[in-house]
Design a protein around this ligand. Sequence first.
Ligand SMILES: Cc1cc2nc3c(=O)[nH]c(=O)nc-3n(C[C@H](O)[C@H](O)[C@H](O)COP(=O)(O)OP(=O)(O)OC[C@H]3O[C@@H](n4cnc5c(N)ncnc54)[C@H](O)[C@@H]3O)c2cc1C
Length: 629
Amino acid sequence: MQYFLDGYRSGDPRIQPVAEGRSEVQGPLPEEVDVLIVGTGPAGLLLAAQLSTFPEIVTRVVEKADGPLEVGRADGIACRTVEMFEAFGLAEKLTTEAYWINETHFWGPAPGDTSRITRLGRVQDVRDGLSEFPHVIVNQARLLDFLLEYMHNSPSRLGVDYGHETLEVKVPENPDERVTVRLKTAEGEKTVRARYVVGCDGAHSVVRESIGRVPQGHGEDKAWGVMDVLAVTDFPDIRFKCTIQSAEAGNILLIPREGGYMVRLYVDMGNIAPDAWLTKEEVLAKAQAVLAPYTFEVKETAWFSVYRVGHRVTDKFDDVDDDQVESRTPRVFIAGDACHTHTAKAGQGMNVSMQDTFNLGWKLISVLEGRSPASLLHTYNDERHVIAENLIEMDTRWSRAIGAAQDSDDPEAAMKGLAEVQRQFVTNSEFTAGFATHYTPALLTGDDRHLHLASGFPPGRRFHSAEVIRLGDAKQVHLGHVHRADGRWRLYAFADMVDPRSPSSRFNALMDYLASDASPIRRFTPKGADPDAIFDVHGIIQQSHLEVDWADMHALLKPHKGPLGLQDYQKAHAPVLGTDQDIFDLRGIDRGAGALVVVRPDQYVSLVLPLDGFDALDAFFSGFMVEPN
Ligand SMILES: Cc1cc2nc3c(=O)[nH]c(=O)nc-3n(C[C@H](O)[C@H](O)[C@H](O)COP(=O)(O)OP(=O)(O)OC[C@H]3O[C@@H](n4cnc5c(N)ncnc54)[C@H](O)[C@@H]3O)c2cc1C
């Protein structure tokens, strides 16, 4: 954590000073805002948290419920989501409270005595080296609390306007006019005019309907009884995530929960009428039958629901029709369940929803801060729609595999089906961990032509962190953790082999270029702003931190910033030499040539370039950035 840049303050450094013109309490909903977020699920609050650090952007969040969510709903948090939470400084809190899924176990009818269930397999949940963070489980309500607290501690002290139901969104023909949003509140109807509206209002989205977008796909045939319970049992794997298939009684998905005692059961209740409801007693009886002969005595039910959702993707995630993309820019967006719904079996609901708005957030910031033209916003639909399609495809395949094992009357076929479930679990693991996202070459993503210089950082994939030693204080840190959710670009310059103090070092020549008036850093950073206000450059040398002093590094890596002109000591790094954790080996950096890795504000790699790829770097940023006035 870096703080005190603006001067010393006592107290918790996570609580930012209130921005000028803002107050501790945000006050009544104004008639005009920059961004109106509808809905406080994971998608809405992740976006709100990101925008809250920009007090110059007037953001408000409306929610039809009277207060925050308290129990239930989703609980699976993929490794990728924890990486994203690290950018908000929330990963430690999350992983401390959460249950960690280390292994998944597969139970089925015991060979030779199918009246019993037995453990048929166990698989490591996340393969080694995929991420520095685990796959965890925590209540959706608790995760939302973290985001609400972050917003509250931000310079804009952003809160939620509860009891505000969005009734309708109207987009005027004139692009200079704001979007009108009609709201129902306890005091009557209100109208808010917003530059941008983001519908994070769930599967039955009113925002989606208002802009004429339609979810396409099919309904779910099965109903799942979901219960969070505190129970006493002799089932030995109660603290492992398990898929449990009995020969006669059906199947359940068991997910241990945070705190060490609670478990969640997803109980397959088969096909029931669309409007039928089930009692928790019916669901529990079924779960007990599946677990037999093990006993399962519920002492308290914390939450119960019947969850039934189809596989659907909305046709487009913004208000601009395909034939108008050249002439109009989007002003209304939808995200999360408003765009895609699928079963809970792969635990993707919260994760993909928050990734949607992490993708959108920095783009809205860039446009509203005047750094990029509004056409940048087309890339939200372009990038996220295909991700949603892939998600639905994976979830359909996975549901089918589970279904085939479950619906077979023949124990041998069921056994084969279970083997297929286990195989697919392993095959899908990159997807379920959140790492299958691969943006294809386009405005914000380069191609693979220089990938040989840094093979572990493919463009379009998330920046895969590894450890380094900070030159300024010899602290071993994760390089990717310098990345904050602050809308800035990261440029990681991996040095060539030459001593960085030598005039023939290409690393140093790159630093000279980046510091020059010709570089995109100078051209696109507003005059008077900190030198790293838009681009945060980090240098990683190949020599030991014992050989090269921080003081010897290029001035670009030691900028003076803030009102006091303090110097930043955290931008120069060395590898962890003599171990298998050397970042140059781990991420396939060409030691002779070095490499420049350009990372987007949402942690995805845009480009890998040679250290002298000045023109390509300039052309890339000139494609979607505008010089400040
Ligand atoms: C009842 C329920 C049970 C679920 N159970 C599970 C589960 O067991 N396992 C699982 O993995 N996933 C479950 N999910 C799905 C999971 O919660 C979602 O995938 C995830 O929360 C998606 O996040 P989101 O932000 O897109 O939408 P949501 O979390 O649905 O959030 C939408 C928000 O918008 C608000 N809203 C809706 N309409 C309006 C309006 N007109 N005006 C203002 N506010 C509005 C809602 O009150 C809500 O707070 C459940 C969802 C629901 C609704």
